[in-house]
Ligand binder design. Structure first.
Ligand SMILES: *Cc1c(COP(=O)(O)O)cnc(C)c1O
Length: 389
């Protein structure tokens, strides 16, 4: 059988950084060690029952068995606009400023194809969700990374970007609440970014998958659309994945500037045929009736967060207490080497899997990420093993 070489766009992808971890994990598991995985950012709890019930009813309607429209049913887009209004106070025209997505990853991955020409410059705040730089590369764009560091509260240093770079840049990708650093951004930061982006015609792409996973009502994460004038330059990607434990359902949305939403829609029109209408109906139920379920979810994550943070602080690991997301971003304790060395040793000696920070980009070196997507008892067991190391 012939072995076909991959296209350059795939062949030039950086090597999969977690391959080594996967290899060690298989070895440790083969020794019969009970592995606790705090590596993956995928909610462990089931989708709320009322959403499943809405899906069960929707799937029986023959009208839902046909091709959906690529941009989403009017009722779905109206539910998105109403949810944005209620949660963020942001007004959206459901006809022109909202598009449905088959999960927000789909939209993020397709977006550069609509606006980036080969050779165009795209700014990516890093450590980051890898889709931003990979999708830019697929479109032929050139990536320049803006480092997120502890001294800057994991926000990009906008003053460190020179005038020529802003002038050349086509778009900037950012993500708050942030995966992996768990940082949040405030209105002043977004307002400064929007002003710069307007001055230089830069498209602002904001990924907001974690706005509902927060720990303090007084520090609720915001949407970039809460900032005056954001719609002139910004598109925001959101998702029901983390808010309602729906990662497997593939349901999300892009909202904001009408020309950006339309451009993404044009790609989608040529690539996919939209989001299964039964899933859209389930999504409508989630957005219209899901507040109590999400509040309950926050209570569960808060207990998990406090369990892990207390234990880590007790053994002298001085990580920040996250205000949002279900991640803890922690410096590697002194004397344990690089992120990869620490993560590998932790796995070999305790069976606990965490993610090495450098896997999300260079400035992630020296950190590791814990995901709070396992039950409190298992988390307690994991931190007790970490304490013994
Ligand atoms: C989970 C996640 C998403 C959401 O992905 P879906 O495709 O909607 O499931 C988007 N961005 C980041 C940073 C994430 O961690």
């Amino acid at each position: 059988m012939s072995q076909f070489p991959l296209a350059d766009r795939l062949a030039s992808l950086p090597p999969y950084l977690f391959a080594e971890i996967d290899r060690i994990k298989a070895q440790v598991a083969a020794r019969g060690v009970d592995i606790i995985s705090l590596g993956i950012g995928d909610p462990d709890l089931p989708t709320p029952e009322f959403i499943i019930e809405a899906m069960a009813q929707a799937i029986r309607k023959p009208a839902n068995h046909r091709y959906p429209s690529y941009e989403g049913m009017p009722a779905y887009r109206e539910a998105v606009a109403d949810w944005y209004k209620a949660r963020f106070g942001a007004s959206l025209d459901p006809k022109t400023e909202v598009v449905s997505l088959i999960g927000s990853k789909e939209g993020i991955a397709h977006f550069p194809l609509a606006f980036v020409n080969p050779g165009d410059l795209v700014l990516v705040c890093t450590p980051n969700y890898p889709v931003y730089n990979v999708a830019t590369g697929f479109a032929g764009g050139e990536v320049r990374y803006l480092p997120l560091t502890d001294e800057n509260d994991f926000l990009p240093d906008l003053d460190a970007v020179d005038e020529a770079t802003w002038k050349r840049a086509k778009m900037i990708f950012l993500n708050y609440p942030n995966n992996p650093t768990a940082a949040t951004a405030n209105k002043e930061f977004f307002a400064r970014l929007i002003a710069i982006a307007k001055a230089h015609d830069v498209i602002v792409v904001h990924d907001t998958a974690y706005t509902e996973i927060y720990y303090d009502e007084a520090k609720k994460p915001i949407s970039i659309l809460e900032v005056e004038g954001a719609k002139d330059v910004a598109i925001e990607f959101h998702s029901l994945s983390k808010t309602f434990n729906m990662t497997g359902w593939r349901v999300g949305m892009a909202v904001g500037n009408a020309s950006l939403v339309a451009g993404l829609g044009k790609i989608k029109e040529n690539v996919d045929s939209g989001l299964f209408q039964a899933v859209q109906e389930a999504g409508i139920a989630a957005m219209r009736h899901g507040d109590a379920a999400t509040a309950e979810l926050r209570t569960i994550y808060k207990q998990r967060r406090d369990t892990v943070i207390d234990a880590l602080h007790k053994i002298g690991i001085n990580c920040r207490v996250p205000d949002a997301t279900f991640y803890i971003w922690s410096p590697v304790p002194a004397g344990y080497g690089t992120s990869a060395e620490f993560v590998s040793r932790l796995l070999q000696e305790t069976g606990v899997v965490v993610t090495p920070g450098n896997g999300f980009g260079k400035p992630g070196e020296g950190y590791f990420r814990i995901s709070l997507t396992v039950g409190t008892e298992r988390l307690e067991e994991a931190v007790s093993r970490i304490s013994k190391l």
